[in-house]
Design a protein around this ligand. Structure first.
Ligand code: NDP
Length: 435
């Protein structure tokens, strides 16, 4: 802790894991006295680098680039790149740490990493984005590779950015390998990868609801965010017969009492992915909806909440309101969107609550399937990938039940996910010795 006092998000993520894993370690003789957790919280490598680029006015700008290579005991480092002005060492270390457990849970051979830059893509032209991505990769390429470290997208890094990053990697390395995931279909991408995180979050909610003999059909669902994860979470909820009533971005949220159907969602996808506009514009297009400036959507009464925007976007007070309004299930699409106070409220009320490292693991799992397809130089069909994704989400749910079921039958999915993720990595580290 003393070494990382200036890294609050990282400490928050470590504390959440430590609270559940330390008692487990104490109960298992093989892990005693090995300082496993102490080794896990220190990144194997943390790289920072200068990213100079020229804006459209001809001025030179400089951003900071990062790659945190957290743990490679069970496979190459794997985790997204985030381009957002809030990016710093603390945020990336928290994300990389979470990624280690999440990747382990998928049962695929992937270590954990994360990276990105404090670059703000908002308001930048396509050419500026391209120049920035090229500059970023002109350094990052030294540290990654298909058997070393395989980055993917995250906030601010979608298919456009992955394209520019891949282009520069291919040029400087003079080779075509599966070094990034989230690629376009014609150049090594996997079907279902864009949908995977959002779909997976809803598949996980389905598994949780099934333990209570409930389904998504007919349920009212509040979703935050309107990016990649939120869009496909909404799509899957609609397909399963649920009613999506909110979406948001960093300027506020829209509430549509009639529900966001497939056609309205198509509008949001165009607005966000093509026009790159703000969610507020939904209100103009659909006057039955209302925009709440600067607010998060948790006051909207719902049965299911899917936080799919960013870390710490749902606090203790929000959790109390959700519970009071009858919410029975929270499945995190984003990474660490619920604060520790919010999680405590969910546990106190004994409602279904899934932490992102379990419920949003569908994205990285499908990235793992993209890596497999790249290595095989073969593409699976949409159905094949979707089936595998559903199987993986169901297996993660089973692992959570195995380690998280309490004496009274309540499932603590935080504990279940942390311990199940820990065991595989810890066993590999023990087997490989102190390295
Ligand atoms: P996108 O960039 O596509 O969308 C992010 C969304 O969250 C946007 O609506 C954005 O609004 C909003 N947002 C971002 N920062 C903030 C903030 N500080 N306050 C309020 N809203 C904010 O990213 P993704 O959908 O890919 O990622 C969303 C979350 O899911 C992140 O936590 C990410 O780490 C996690 N995740 C993503 C995976 C993936 O496969 N994409 C995999 C696993 C986890 P605005 O446009 O205004 O910034």
């Amino acid at each position: 802790r003393a070494r990382n006092t200036h890294e609050p998000e990282f400490l928050q993520a470590v504390q959440e894991v430590a609270e559940t894993v330390i008692p487990f370690i104490a109960s298992q003789e093989i892990y005693n006295g090995k300082n496993i957790l102490l080794r896990m919280v220190e990144p194997e490598r943390a790289i920072t680098f200068r990213v100079p680029w020229v804006d459209d006015r001809g001025e030179i700008q400089v951003n900071r680039g990062y790659r945190i290579q957290m743990n490679s005991a069970i496979g190459p480092y794997k985790g997204g790149l985030r381009f957002h002005p809030t990016v710093n060492m603390s945020i990336l270390k928290f994300l990389a740490f979470e990624q280690v457990f999440k990747n382990s849970l998928t049962t695929l051979p992937m270590g954990g990493g994360k990276g990105g830059s404090d670059f703000d893509p908002k308001g930048k032209s396509d050419n500026e984005i391209m120049r920035f991505c090229h500059s970023f990769m002109s350094e990052l390429y030294r540290h990654i590779g298909p058997n070393t470290d395989v980055p993917a997208g995250d906030i601010g890094v979608g298919s456009r950015e992955i394209g520019y990053l891949f282009g520069m990697y291919r040029k400087v390395k003079n080779e075509f390998t599966g070094v990034l995931t989230g690629k376009g279909l014609s150049w090594g991408g996997s079907l279902i990868r864009p949908e995977a995180t959002g779909y997976g979050t809803v598949y996980f909610a389905q598994s949780m609801l099934a333990t209570k003999k409930e389904t998504v059909k007919g349920k009212t669902v509040a979703i935050s965010g309107s990016g990649n994860v939120a869009q496909y979470a909404a799509e899957k909820v609609i397909q399963l017969g649920g009613k999506v009533i909110t979406l948001s971005d960093s300027s506020g949220y829209i509430y549509d009492k009639d529900g966001i159907d497939q056609e309205k969602l198509k509008y949001v996808m165009h607005l966000k992915n093509v026009v790159r506009g703000r969610i507020k514009e939904y209100e103009k297009k659909y006057p039955s909806a209302k925009f709440y400036e600067g607010k998060t959507p948790w006051k909207a009464p719902c049965d299911i909440a899917l936080p799919c925007a960013t870390q710490n976007e749902l606090n203790g007070e929000d959790a109390k309101v959700l519970i009071k309004n009858g919410c029975i299930c929270v499945s995190e699409g984003a990474n660490m969107p619920s604060t520790p106070e919010a999680i405590a409220e969910f546990h106190k009320a004994q409602i279904l609550f899934a932490p992102g490292k379990a419920s949003n693991a569908g994205g990285v799992a499908t990235s793992g399937l993209e890596m497999t397809q790249n290595s095989l130089r073969y593409n699976w069909t949409r159905d094949e990938v979707d089936q595998k994704l559903q199987q993986i989400m169901s297996n993660i749910h089973k692992s959570c039940l195995e380690y998280g079921t309490e004496d009274n039958g309540y499932v603590d999915y935080v504990k279940g996910a942390n311990i199940a993720g820990f065991v595989k990595v810890a066993d590999a580290m023990l087997a490989q010795g102190v390295v």
